[in-house]
Design a protein around this ligand. Structure first.
Ligand code: FES
Length: 141
């Protein structure tokens, strides 16, 4: 190997070294897109609705995220909870109160508020949870 060939190979190898982590991360897919209710035996997660991050839940049709949950306020004392992780490739979905649908910004999948796929590319439903109001807490199981 001559000097020119050595530097050429070193340059290519160095480039791959720096690019490899970003290439591996860009195509990652969540292996478990559904959040798991809190560990500890009860299978229930309790969320304090007074937390500032959840202020949008003070109005009907507002939505917010808590952990891996997408929570939507559907009435004065009713809420629904689903996984916020799109079943296609793991992007975070959002609630569109105008259409009353859950949309994924990455590739356009649309879900009903019951979690069913209305438009792909996603083929699997969003996991849904029972959300029960208990005072100022929301219990998700
Ligand atoms: S990640 Fe949601 S549609 Fe692709």
């Amino acid at each position: 190997m001559d000097r020119k060939e050595f530097f050429s190979k070193a340059l290519i190898g160095g480039s791959l070294f720096f690019l490899a982590p970003s290439l591996l991360n860009s195509c990652s897919k969540s292996s478990d897109p559904a959040p798991t209710p809190a560990a500890g035996g009860t299978g229930t997660t309790t969320i304090d609705l007074n937390l500032p991050d959840l202020n949008s839940l003070k109005t009907v049709n507002g939505y917010a995220y808590s952990g891996d949950y997408l929570i939507i306020r559907t009435g004065t004392s009713s809420y629904i909870a689903l996984t916020k992780i799109c079943t296609h490739q793991g992007c975070t979905v959002a609630f569109n109160s105008t259409t009353d649908k859950i949309e994924c910004p990455c590739h356009g999948s649309i879900f009903s508020t019951g979690g069913s796929v209305l438009q792909g590319p996603a083929t699997s439903s969003l996991k849904t949870y029972t959300a029960t109001l208990d005072g100022t807490n929301l219990k998700i199981s």
